[in-house]
Ligand binder design. Sequence first.
Ligand SMILES: *Cc1c(COP(=O)(O)O)cnc(C)c1O
Length: 399
Amino acid sequence: MTKKTRTKNAPGWGDATKLVRGGLERTPFGETSEALFLNSGFVYDAPETAEKRFMGEDDGYVYGRYGNPTVSMFEERLALLEGAEACYAVASGMAAVFGALACQLKAGDHIVSSKALFGSCYQVITNILPRFGITHTLVDGADLDAWAAAMRPETKCVFLETPSNPTLDLVDLGAVAEIAKRAGTLVVVDNIFATPILQKPLNFGADVIVYSGTKHIDGQGRVLGGAIVSTRKFKEEMLKPFLRHTGPSISPFNAWVLLKGMETLKLRVEAQSLSALTVAQHLQATKVVSRALYPHLESHPQYALAKKQMSLGGTMVTFEVEGGKEKAFDVLRNLKVIDISNNLGDAKSLMTHPASTTHRNIGPEARAMMGITDGMLRLSVGLEDIKDILDDVKQALAD
Ligand SMILES: *Cc1c(COP(=O)(O)O)cnc(C)c1O
């Protein structure tokens, strides 16, 4: 077998360099771009080689459900960016959320989670895991006493989203990690809204981080994907035995798209975040807008924490219009540039009405508990000229 050449990952690299070069492994053809290995299986030069690979004594690939060279490059690039030992790529963000939880939990275990959650995360914790005898307590993510009070001897894991989808509530990562450490539980962070560019939960004591590659990492509306970032021990002892046999593998093609998406991730997230702040400032000063939520607006109830945890405020802005669902739908209908879409983190600006889409399924009571109102709209700010985004928002909001 011909040897592939791995380019060196330098320890001192900055994020932009890691995003472009991290994990790159070239074939003997010397291709510039990362190669796409679109194969499901692998062949061996001898039966002994196959046996050794299955015994784990030879670290070559055995089967697409277990691993793939393109997928490995994506995993290594993301681990490097995060400053983590390991990463496991999966088919979607929800496969990452479910995998990160289910791999470590069993009947009788208990989870403590912040209550402000993406609709599907809420379903996993409150509907799906309970079917397997895994109980939960939902807490107000900003209430540190509530986090501490919810810990029980059988609590195995803490789950949280910060900022949350769509209310942009924050959780103090350092403080919750400390409470969890005292209780002897792991902290799993859904860092999808913040992205690995703006917030690095490992620096605050988190143990496991989940991503949807579908959002900012692709950022161009093409593929689904997800990833779980962790220690090597967690990957080897928890993730591999669970994920290899349950099969939520990412397609090599999707991993390749995400790998290429990472090259521009920092540029996109920073530019989109700067535009998002401008849009949030405008919305805050608009009469029909009763509330504008953005982590780096001084009016955000957790502004100080947002400044401490996030280098920029993110690409998402949530706001509430007076006049409830009817007015919110009017705003959506009026849009000329921004698309109506529940996706996010895209180069194209996208707006959705969470109560009738992403958070429709969870019902009115759960929405009320999370603070999701009928007049609430969520805007994912894209890469268009800021003037065009602002003009569109302004005309859509005009009475
Ligand atoms: C979109 C999203 C997910 C799920 O990601 P998919 O790739 O759509 O499965 C999980 N958490 C949050 C906060 C999200 O926004």
